[in-house]
Design a protein around this ligand. Structure first.
Ligand code: SF4
Length: 89
């Protein structure tokens, strides 16, 4: 499992001596989340945020704006800009 993370560069490992035995300490290479990373999230300026929840009709699970934004952030191609319409929220 750890090798997959190493291959992806998500973690690094450093060899160290612990209680007389050689082992590896694993470190995440991810940087902490900052407020800047979500400042352009559509939820930040959404008129429906007060009625948006996972159990209502306005839902982050179904929200095209949020899905499109996440896909842009993650370079995911599941939703194209052509599928994005304001009235699909
Ligand atoms: S998930 Fe969509 S509907 Fe809900 S607050 Fe964010 S942008 Fe608005």
């Amino acid at each position: 499992m750890a090798f997959k993370f190493l291959e992806r560069g998500s973690i690094e490992r450093v060899k160290e001596l612990y209680e007389g035995r050689w082992t590896y300490r694993l470190f995440s290479t991810r940087k902490p989340v900052t407020i800047d990373s979500i400042s352009d999230c559509p939820c930040m300026a959404c008129y429906d945020i007060d009625r948006c929840s996972t159990v209502s009709q306005v839902s982050p699970i179904l929200c095209k704006k949020l899905t499109y934004w996440i896909n842009l952030k993650t370079d995911n191609e599941h939703v194209s800009p052509d599928e994005f319409h304001e009235d699909n929220v």
